[in-house]
Ligand binder design. Structure first.
Ligand code: UDP
Length: 195
């Protein structure tokens, strides 16, 4: 992997196109791949929270989500090729899911947001396979149910939109049981999708 270390986080030095191709490869494999999308704000959080830094570095793909990260890379030796926006990669993943008939699961946002996002997506991509969705405010008991639902519905891609660092830590904690091919932290993207 060609990475550039910025404040202790190893960011993949890839173009958007390369990130998209890597995602397509992930979908051909069985082991869960974790995709994290740090922007400069998150990198600052990672400096203050070593456990978050550790979680980010455990990602299979760590994309530079914002021009701030690209600019920062110029001060750390190797300039990153380009910004790879998390919300754009999410849009690509949704398009790929539709064309390759892969299933998706949305986790996060306030009550109704994930459902609304799923509905909007079905309008854009009629027949897209939405394995399920759940809001992002749950207690431990509900969490067990959510994980059971994910295990039984077997989504290929899980979009986790609970804000950083919660979403990244959640994916990391449950990585061995989720059973999907890709889990990606997407911040406020579900809100955008829901409109
Ligand atoms: N969110 C959630 N559960 C939480 C906290 C936040 O589902 O416990 C959702 C929130 O509703 C929003 C999303 O996470 O849809 C992103 O939140 P925020 O804008 O704070 O995060 P960022 O995009 O800055 O990472």
């Amino acid at each position: 992997r060609d990475t550039v270390e910025i404040v202790g986080v190893n960011i993949d030095n890839i173009t958007f196109q390369e990130a998209e191709n890597i995602c397509k490869e992930y979908l051909q494999q069985d082991k869960l791949k974790m995709i994290f999308t740090p922007n400069s704000e998150l990198l600052v959080d990672a400096v203050k929270d070593p456990s978050f830094s550790h979680v980010l570095n455990s990602g299979d793909l760590i994309i530079p989500d914002g021009i701030g990260v690209v600019i920062a890379s110029r001060f750390y030796g190797t300039p990153l090729k380009e910004k790879v926006a998390g919300c754009e990669l999410m849009n690509s993943l949704l398009e790929i899911a539709y064309t390759q008939e892969r299933s998706v699961y949305f986790l996060g946002g306030k009550e109704g947001v994930a459902e609304e996002a799923a509905q909007k997506l079905s309008e854009k991509y009629p027949g897209i396979n939405i394995a399920g969705y759940h809001h992002g405010y749950f207690d431990e008991d509900e969490e067990k149910e959510i994980i059971q639902e994910i295990i039984s519905k077997k989504p290929d891609i899980i979009f986790v939109a609970m804000g950083a660092p919660r979403q990244e830590k959640w994916i990391y904690k449950h990585r061995d049981v989720l059973g999907a091919k890709i889990a990606i932290g997407v911040g406020g993207s579900l809100d955008i999708l829901a409109g």
